[in-house]
Every structure is written in C-alpha cells, then in structure tokens.
Ligand binder design. Sequence first.
Ligand code: CO
Length: 192
Amino acid sequence: MIKKISHIAIVVPDLEEAMNFWVEALGLPLNHVEHVSDQGVDVAFLPSGESEIELLEPCDQESGVARFMAKRGPGMHHICFEVGDIELVLGRLRLAGVPLINEEPTIGTGGKKIAFIHPKGTGGVLVELYELTAEESVRRLERLNDMRRRISQGSRVYAAGFLALVSGLRNTATNGNGDGSEPVKRKTEHGD
Ligand code: CO
C-alpha cells in the first residue's frame, strides 16, 4: 500500500542560506524553486533518488508554516508517503483509531489526492499521504528531464542563480500578471 517516501519537508528561515548545506556541502541537486502563494512559502525541490527533500521558507508570517517555525523552530515539518490507494490507507488508519487531519483526501491540481495524519497519532510527526495521478507522473518525467539538462550544466551554476530565481518568483507573485492569475505551476499542500 505504501509505495515510497515521496518527500521530507523541512522548514528553513532562509532558502539561499540553506543551500550552503543541502546543495554545496551535501551535494543534492536543486531541481527547481517555486513560490506557492496560497501556502505562503517558497519551496526548493531537491531530489534524492526516488524521493525529494523539500525546503520550505515561510514568506507570509500568517502562514501555517510560519506559525510552525515560530513555535518549534526550523527543522522537519512533515514526511510524505506516496500510496497506491489513499482511500484504502485512510480507511485502515480510521479502523486503527488514528486521528486524521483530513478525514477525506483533498484534491489538488492535476487531481492528485492528499491527506494529513495528525501528529498526535504518529508520535509527534506530521504525516502526509499522497496518491499520484497520471497527469502528475507525466509532469514528474518532464521535471526529471529538465533536471538532467540542468545538472549537465553543473549544479553550482544554478545554485548561483538561485537568489535571482526566488526574487523573480516573488516579484511575479506580488506584482502579478495584472489579472491576479496564478504564476505557480505546481501546487503543493503543506498543512500545519
Ligand atoms: Co508535502
């Protein structure tokens, strides 16, 4: 039922500074960065094999991730498992009496299904469940190809352009396209 760890999300006060460890020292590739306006975060995606490290920098102090960091400091925010059938897993958890944040999966972009398990039922860790959709797997392949292209140019090159990328994303998000349209291509759900 559980396929793999999809991602581990980590809250950091400053994405660019976090690159010193995760990219420069540890050597993970930086796949891409997104401003996710409805979650009030900038997210950096760092693939590690079949899984990803997602670094979350809160940029809206009212966001759930900002409140998390204020309360608990930087560090692990949640762990996400990819599952084959999310309803099946939720049913099993319900039977076991595990408290759920989402009794039913929420439907994200591309029809992907997401649900969070309450930390009080997991020993203190926020756990996300994620069911991949067909559209998502196409997108993932595109991202992988894109990443391979950029890795061949050297990860230092795009680590150097990182700050410009983030500030560009923020400007697009705040100054807008004039019509309030969403500049973010892929949404992620990060509950608190
Ligand atoms: Co997540």
